[in-house]
Design a protein around this ligand. Structure first.
Ligand SMILES: NC(=O)c1ccc[n+]([C@@H]2O[C@H](COP(=O)([O-])OP(=O)(O)OC[C@H]3O[C@@H](n4cnc5c(N)ncnc54)[C@H](OP(=O)(O)O)[C@@H]3O)[C@@H](O)[C@H]2O)c1
Length: 349
């Protein structure tokens, strides 16, 4: 089933959808309906994955300790505040080194496990099939849960455990890792599996195998500066949902993003904020959007998405896709690689 438009919800459907949600008691996929409808709700509130599960299209809490430079206790507070504000989708990773704190905060929040969408990521050190399950078990223990909604391969780069030494075989062929992840689905430890930071050749390399479960999502950098239209097109054609990280251009470029004339024009026309204009653009492109903020008012602001008029959406899309792409996140050098992980534009080694 194609995920695009699978959950279009219009204003006049609100009551019916709420009734449906309450009767199904699937609260995590419906919580946007319970908020004041200040946004135009014709945008998808969630997307259906191949498993049939529904992933929220926005309002995700990123718990990247590194990015936040948060001290002990800060992540816990942020998780509790966000859950109270209505966020029900937590995107974490083993690498963020805060899963135990996140798990404890979820427990203390009083929000039921089944009302939260929990994503975590398999770190580069654990791609060997014999390491996958123990890495996942550690994540599950930390988060105090017995299953994840989504488990994704964090990077298409396998490193030898505890080092920056490349495991060439598992980097060239991630299928053995994937097969082990498929086993984790069958064991009930994860409901959906996906990838992150995979470019088109790497996606094709993985999906050329006869997969039992195809990747449900690919979490990648997507923003005005690096909108990746070819990746988006191919992903839609193959039912692979993209999740946009650094959607505002990250702290490096958020100011410039919010001042773009096309963004300002949308904000003015709809009487919304520039950040809401950009977040809405991402959802309208058909991606999950993962804006990150540690500012309570912005966390609340980023919960609202609006359907953009076709002309204004198109103007922003054209502006984004008509300049040379500029990527914010590329750890190729940090990993000591002599190649570019993404290979999508000239790379200065
Ligand atoms: N899968 C992967 O491999 C991968 C790799 C890298 C990063 N990530 C994820 O991406 C996240 C990094 O995101 P990012 O920081 O690059 O993202 P971003 O969402 O593009 O930008 C975040 C910046 O925008 C600001 N901001 C947020 N909402 C705003 C608003 N409404 N108005 C004005 N400014 C606003 C934030 O400020 P304040 O926080 O001060 O409010 C922060 O400076 C990480 O948390 C990580 O989880 C994933």
């Amino acid at each position: 089933m194609s995920y695009i438009g699978s959950n279009l919800v219009r204003r006049f459907d609100i009551l019916r959808l709420d009734d449906f949600c309450l009767s199904r008691a699937v609260n995590f996929s419906c919580y946007q309906r319970l908020k004041p409808a200040s946004g135009d709700l014709s945008l998808p509130t969630h997307y259906a994955l191949p498993s049939g599960d529904k992933i929220p299209s926005f309002s995700e809490l990123l718990v990247d300790l590194g990015a936040w430079q948060a001290g002990e206790g800060e992540v816990s507070t942020a998780v509790k505040v966000a859950l109270q504000a209505g966020y029900k989708h937590i995107d974490g990773a083993w690498r963020y080194e805060n899963e135990a704190e996140v798990g404890q905060a979820i427990k203390e929040s009083g929000v039921a496990r089944e009302d939260i969408w929990l994503t975590s990521k398999l770190w580069n050190w654990f791609h060997s099939p014999e390491d996958v399950e123990s890495a996942l078990d550690e994540t599950l223990r930390g988060l105090q849960t017995d299953y994840l909604d989504l488990y994704i391969i964090h990077w298409p780069i396998a490193l030898k455990k505890g080092t920056y030494e490349l495991d060439e075989a598992l980097t060239a062929d991630p299928y053995p890792t994937w097969e082990k992840l498929e086993e984790m689905v069958d064991k009930g430890k994860v409901r959906n599996i996906g990838i992150s930071n995979f470019n088109i050749p790497r996606i094709k390399n993985l999906t050329a195998n006869s997969l039992k479960y195809k990747p449900a999502v690919n979490q990648v950098e997507l923003n005005y500066w690096n909108p990746q239209p070819e990746l988006l097109k191919l992903s839609k054609e193959h039912g692979l949902l993209l999740e946009a990280y650094s959607p505002l251009g990250s702290n490096k470029q958020v100011k410039e993003t919010l001042q773009l004339p096309e963004v300002q024009a949308i904000a003015k026309e709809l009487n919304i904020t520039p950040a809401q204009a950009i977040i809405s653009w991402h959802v309208q492109r058909g991606t999950v959007v993962l804006p990150k903020s540690v500012t309570p008012s912005r966390i609340e602001e980023n919960l609202q998405v609006f359907s953009l008029p076709k002309g204004l959406f198109q103007k922003l899309e054209e502006a984004a896709t008509s300049h040379p792409p500029q990527r914010v996140i590329n750890p190729s050098k940090n990993y000591g690689l002599d190649f570019d992980i993404f290979d999508d534009y000239p790379y200065d080694k």
